[in-house]
Design a protein around this ligand. Structure first.
Ligand code: PLP
Length: 396
């Protein structure tokens, strides 16, 4: 469910909502473009735009100057293309994960750019192109040190040969050569410059075979922010588009000039007095230590709150920073409001995470409480939490 509503309104019947600030998305895209002035920006909007909502984010990112969009899976790309067509926008869209036998004819009909990491992929793309009587747009991926997608450097020649053959018959156009960085979030680690050197060698190898792509691309958010040498023609930021830092140790969102776009909040469904010694939630892992007030927050692990953050995940109520007490359940969590909780009422808003500007919790705080990264916190936000879009800059 998606709506554009004032920040004060709640979707009917909803006890929780994720408020996404489209102005923050635009600000972040502009900030990233300034960090990489010589490159185009591909906003990475996979996994429902890291939980923020595919089409609304894509639209805002394009509006702010992103000229490409990237998603992992073919079906995401098809959904994105169809959604954007309805608005008249037609940017290049790159998708990079498909298995043999994928419906590539649909990808070509939707003008998607496809990644190939191995000769079989080039061959399947070329076969689909031949059948459709068109030229497919391909990005050849080289594994410069991530050890995941891409042809290993010693196998990149075979991939180039397969692409050169398909190109000679007009079945493919090699639009891009690309790779992905493994340790760009550690700004001083030598792995990034080593990967950049391998990438440059792969580009030279391609050029010797007469393959000179329009776009060479390597850097994600951390590359964009911390490693100018990785910018080449195009950068592919994801997490930073949403205003979250790719590396807490290297700089907070605010230090990097980013504005977290999502605020997750819920209306308390129950507030009740409880005596000292009251056990709380499954397993009785927590017990109140004083006479206190307990509040039920209607969000749980099926909404994306990591259960491992039981007894720890931060929540703010009436501007007071508290934390989840006891185990996080499937749909609910409990907060011990303490002595000052007597004023709190059912229906009051608990902020689970937001931009932190008021001292409230952030997605990074939840990541720290869960031993993970903010990427997992936002992208796992459950489908039943309605996303509500606000645009304070435009609504003024
Ligand atoms: C191939 C590729 N490029 C770019 C990104 C964006 O990365 P980040 O969110 O760290 O900016 C991702 C996401 O993991 C990715 O898989």
């Amino acid at each position: 469910m998606t709506t554009t509503e004032p920040a004060t309104s709640w979707p009917e019947g909803a006890t929780a909502r994720a408020v996404v600030d489209l102005g923050a998305i635009r600000h972040n895209v502009r900030t990233l473009a300034e960090k990489a002035p010589t490159a185009q920006v591909m906003a990475v909007v996979k996994s429902d735009a890291y939980g923020h909502g595919l089409l609304r984010v894509a639209d805002a990112a394009l509006d702010a100057g992103a000229s490409w969009l990237g998603v992992a899976q073919l079906n995401e790309a098809l959904e994105l293309r169809a959604g954007l067509d309805a608005t008249g926008l037609r940017p290049p869209i790159l998708t990079w994960l498909f298995a043999p036998g994928a419906p590539l004819s649909r990808a070509l009909a939707a003008d998607l750019d496809l990644s190939a990491s191995a000769p079989w992929a080039v061959q399947e793309i070329a076969a689909a192109a031949r059948e459709a009587g068109r030229t497919a747009r391909v990005h050849l991926k080289v594994d410069t040190g991530m050890g995941r997608g891409g042809a290993r450097p010693e196998a990149f020649g075979e991939l180039l040969d397969a692409a050169a053959r398909a190109r000679a018959e007009g079945a493919v156009d090699v639009v891009g050569i690309w790779s992905h960085l493994a340790r760009a979030d550690e700004p001083d680690h030598p792995a990034t410059s080593e990967q950049t050197a391998v990438f440059t060698a792969a580009l030279d190898q391609a050029a010797r075979r007469g393959i000179q792509p329009q776009v060479r691309h390597l850097g994600q958010s951390a590359g964009t922010l911390f490693h100018p040498d990785t910018h080449f023609d195009l950068v592919r930021p994801g997490i930073s588009v949403y205003g979250l830092t790719p590396a807490v140790a290297a700089g907070s969102s605010a230090e990097l000039g980013l504005r977290p776009a999502m605020r997750l909040e819920a209306r308390l469904t129950l507030v009740k007095a409880a005596p000292a010694g009251t056990p709380v939630s499954y397993g009785h892992t927590a017990r109140t230590t004083t006479d206190t007030t307990l509040a039920v927050v209607p969000l749980g692990y099926s909404d994306g709150l990591p259960r491992i953050a039981s007894d720890a995940g931060p929540v703010s109520v009436r501007g007071r920073r508290l934390h989840v007490t006891g185990r996080i359940c499937m749909d609910q969590s409990v907060v011990d409001l303490g002595a000052e909780g007597a004023d709190v009422r059912e229906g009051d808003v608990a902020v689970v995470f937001g931009d932190g500007s008021d001292g409230g919790p952030t997605a990074d705080d939840w990541a720290a409480a869960s031993g993970t990264i903010s990427y997992e916190i936002v992208s796992r936000l459950g489908g039943r939490v309605p996303r509500v879009y606000v645009d304070p800059e435009r609504d003024q």
